[in-house]
Design a protein around this ligand. Structure first.
Ligand SMILES: C[S@@+](CC[C@H](N)C(=O)[O-])C[C@H]1O[C@@H](n2cnc3c(N)ncnc32)[C@H](O)[C@@H]1O
Length: 281
């Protein structure tokens, strides 16, 4: 077991995969159905398990991220099915979820809109944590919506959630949504188009482009969401937005010119301003 483990870690290291030992642990844990800390307690892997480990390693050597190979990823307290059709949920996005969870108890039976739901990780976590809440998950990608639906079923919150396949740049977008909400949550695409090429292979090849590309400035989706959010929110409704590196202050400027007041900006663990929380005046 130890020699085989070290061989895999060595291969990942030679392919310049960051944290090769940890990723090897994750591969073994996935195949052996153990937690990463338990893998050395088990007896040697069977031939079938060795085959699986080698197959996963081959894909990882081509820089496919582990969660995209496994087809699922943990987010907040839950596990989400994922594929190359959806952005892999990021730990940074849990900051937005935690900020929303602080506000939701003051709203009775909250109705929440997620603009750009992807896998569904944000809205579905909020609904799972608030059984009396309901919501609407919107995405331009029909494939992403199918994945979000699959996750909603697995989490048993599908009765609380509606799905709409729509483009927020469409002129009739607010009519397609057709109602008002207590809260909007959104992690829109925010990478400036010219920077996409500089991203790691893991991201630029395996996350969908429409989940990343924020237009020439990186702010195009925020600008559009700031226009439509006042129509989609009840008076004093909340909006929580994930921000890219160094974007939070400009996002605040965009939204305050559309009638919103800043409540707070929340930093991630690296000290980056990651989540902007505003309220409609
Ligand atoms: C950064 S991903 C976020 C996914 C998920 N909410 C998360 O946090 O992991 C942005 C999502 O917005 C969707 N999207 C991009 N442009 C859109 C548009 N114009 N209208 C609707 N959805 C859009 C993408 O398909 C993608 O699923």
């Amino acid at each position: 077991m130890d020699t085989f483990f070290l061989q895999i870690a060595q291969k990942l290291s030679e392919a310049k995969i960051e944290n090769p030992q940890w990723e090897t642990r994750l591969i073994f844990a996935e195949v052996l159905q153990k937690s990463p800390s338990e893998i050395f307690l088990t007896t040697s892997p069977t031939i079938a398990e060795i085959k699986k480990i080698n197959h996963i390693t081959e894909q990882r050597l081509r820089h496919k991220p582990l969660d995209k190979i496994f087809g699922h990823r943990g987010f907040y307290k839950y596990d989400f099915f994922i594929s190359e059709d959806v952005l892999s949920p990021r730990p940074d996005t849990e900051i937005l979820v935690e900020s929303a969870l602080e506000i939701l108890p003051i709203i009775s039976r909250p109705n929440i809109l997620d603009l750009g739901c992807g896998s569904g990780c944000i809205i579905e976590t909020l609904l799972k944590e608030n059984p009396l809440a309901s919501g609407c998950a919107v995405d331009i990608s029909a494939q992403a919506l199918s994945m979000a639906k699959k996750n909603a079923k697995a989490l048993a919150i599908d009765k609380q959630l509606k799905f709409i396949n729509a483009d927020w740049f469409a002129e009739d977008f607010t009519l397609q949504i057709g109602k008002k909400f207590d809260m909007i949550v959104s992690n829109p695409p925010y990478i400036p188009s010219a920077e996409i090429e500089t991203l790691t292979t893991e991201v630029k090849k395996y996350d969908p482009l429409e989940a990343l590309d924020g237009g020439a400035t990186g702010f195009e989706s925020y600008e559009r969401i700031a226009e439509i959010a006042p129509i989609l929110l009840r008076n004093n409704g909340y909006i929580l937005l994930e921000a890219g590196y160094n974007q939070a202050r400009q996002i605040v400027d965009i939204f305050t010119t559309h009638g919103f007041n800043l409540l707070k900006i929340v930093n991630d663990l690296a000290g980056i301003e990651r989540c902007v929380v505003l309220q409609l005046d």
